[in-house]
Design a protein around this ligand. Structure first.
Ligand code: HEC
Length: 160
């Protein structure tokens, strides 16, 4: 699953992403033709619509316990030897998101999380405030990316 779950995402966060795709700081070739048709009001409307849908659960795929344990470590505690701050320190308790700046990533599809981290590594996505995500993605190995994505996908998207 390399498509994101949109239901339950913060409306302002989603609107920012759509504007970023339109302006090119977030590359999303499959989204481009659609986003280009939307004006500001339609972006606000479609974002509001998705934000009100109940969040659905992502799919972590088939990975073994050791990989999940590494993913959990990165997500909740980080890895100081690698200068990787825990995901939770920005994405909030349960990695369920904080306000409109830090999106919920728990319960997101593993393939989508992986793709985003690689996009930051490769400079295809450069729309995050102060390059916060770019800096983290740079420090992550392929194995770490797979592990954290798989573990996050198994976590509940909301407390409700
Ligand atoms: C220093 C703060 C910070 C830390 C730590 C952090 N993130 Fe982020 N993350 C952000 C911000 C800010 C955004 C929103 C970027 C934007 O506006 O496009 C984001 C966005 C994301 C997204 C995109 C979600 C979407 O739907 O667009 C993913 C995936 C992600 N982060 C994964 C992670 C993972 C995995 C970790 C831990 C290894 C992590 N982040 C740690 C700040 C952080």
């Amino acid at each position: 699953e390399s498509w994101p779950r949109l239901a339950g995402l913060d409306a302002d966060y989603m609107a920012k992403q759509l504007h970023d795709i339109k302006e090119g700081s977030r590359e999303a070739p499959t989204m481009m033709p659609f986003v280009n048709m939307l004006d500001d009001q339609q972006i606000a409307d479609v974002s509001a619509y998705y934000s009100q849908l109940p969040a659905t659960q992502g799919d972590g795929g088939d990975v073994d316990e050791a990989v999940l344990a590494r993913g959990e470590q990165l997500a909740l505690r980080g890895d100081w030897d690698e200068y990787i701050v825990s995901c939770k320190s920005c994405h909030g308790p349960g990695n369920q998101g904080v306000g409109s700046t830090f999106p919920g990533i728990a319960g997101q599809h593993a393939g989508y999380i992986e793709n985003q981290l690689r996009a930051w590594q490769e400079g295809r996505r450069a729309n995050d405030p102060q390059n916060l995500m770019g800096a983290i993605a740079q420090r992550m190995s392929d194995e770490d990316i797979t592990a954290v994505a798989a573990w996050l996908a198994t976590q509940p998207a909301t407390d409700e």
